[in-house]
Design a protein around this ligand. Sequence first.
Ligand SMILES: Cc1cc2nc3c(=O)[nH]c(=O)nc-3n(C[C@H](O)[C@H](O)[C@H](O)COP(=O)(O)OP(=O)(O)OC[C@H]3O[C@@H](n4cnc5c(N)ncnc54)[C@H](O)[C@@H]3O)c2cc1C
Length: 379
Amino acid sequence: MQTVDVLVVGAGLAGLHTARLLARRDLNVMVVDRRRSLATGVRTTGIFVRRTLDDFDLPDHLLGPGVRDVLLYPPSRRAPIRLTSDRDEYRVADMAAVYEHARRLAESAGARILLGVRYVGASGGLVRFAGAEPVTARFVVGADGARSRVARDLGLDVNRRFLVGAEIVHPIASGTTSPAFHCVLDPRVAPGYLGWVIDDGRHAHVGVAGYPDAMRPGLRHLLETFAADAPGRAAPAGPVERRGGPIPVGGVLRRLACPAGLLVGDAAGAVSPLTAGGLDPCLRMSELAATVITGYLRTGDQRVLSRYDGGALRSRFRGRLLLRRAFAGIRSPAAAEAAVSALRGRAGRALAAKILFGDGSFPDVHPRSANPAIGHPGR
Ligand SMILES: Cc1cc2nc3c(=O)[nH]c(=O)nc-3n(C[C@H](O)[C@H](O)[C@H](O)COP(=O)(O)OP(=O)(O)OC[C@H]3O[C@@H](n4cnc5c(N)ncnc54)[C@H](O)[C@@H]3O)c2cc1C
């Protein structure tokens, strides 16, 4: 039977990035994903925010043009608020290509990646799969998304509060749009969140997300309703792809690590509760995770694991969790019209700009440590 230092379950952005960082530190790393191809089953729009683009090295050719304008619409769709930044705030990535790129980086660092392999369970270091022989793993990383099975098997915390989101993606004729992020606050189609339209110059993304209990007509129906006259949407110039999935918005989970494994990405609840952005935390928290895992496997010292502390990160989410609650409370079109009206004034625009253009959607995590066995992730 094969033995690996680290088994990473899930080849999303969090799993692939963590695997790369671990393999670079000379650990024997295996990644499994139930998807047969990383180009299928994509669950994200792929909007990367400025802070991520500044801090992490994503190749330019995988990203659409910079977006500086956000248009915020009330349910009536009349007189949207336009917020314009003097910098590029968002870029929409070709996610299939981003995953492929992350996979190549992980493989060239030495990680082995097996697709079409489903994690089934683990006990006493033995990990079982559908689609491959079992392996013995010294440590398991749960990068298996919002409804993590690894989290349950390790006895760690699990996500309990979710939005659900869905979008359609289709090619558009080039030159038919100017880069802008259209956000519609309309609880009839997106209760507790937004409807959105954004494009990368070649593909349009049109989506809705909200609380499942308030989406009685069904997510698909609400998406169709929204897409039928979504503002800023260019006509499809090719086949329509569908994406979607749960988005954990309860904040980073408290108990994220134990001697048998830890959680990263959506499995860790590492999503901004307010904006529902999870791509930045996939990269940011994986750096800390890799540092902690390496330190732990090299020293065997369980105290190292306590540095991967969701409780400490959670406390920095208080303001965002409060705003999420306020956002969730907007359940009628009249309340949404009033909320957008409140944002029209100077203070309201400043708050909206802070949320949309600020650097605070996910707190910084600092992997530095007094323990010389841990070191900095860049090394
Ligand atoms: C509709 C939608 C739009 C979004 N848009 C944005 C956005 O524009 N910007 C942003 O920042 N965030 C966005 N998010 C959130 C963001 O996409 C996620 O936070 C992020 O992709 C999570 O990455 P991950 O690697 O943790 O998990 P995932 O990308 O979900 O990867 C988990 C992987 O684990 C695999 N897996 C699961 N179970 C098993 C198993 N038993 N065995 C083997 N493999 C398994 C899955 O196949 C999957 O590949 C969006 C979310 C949704 C639903």
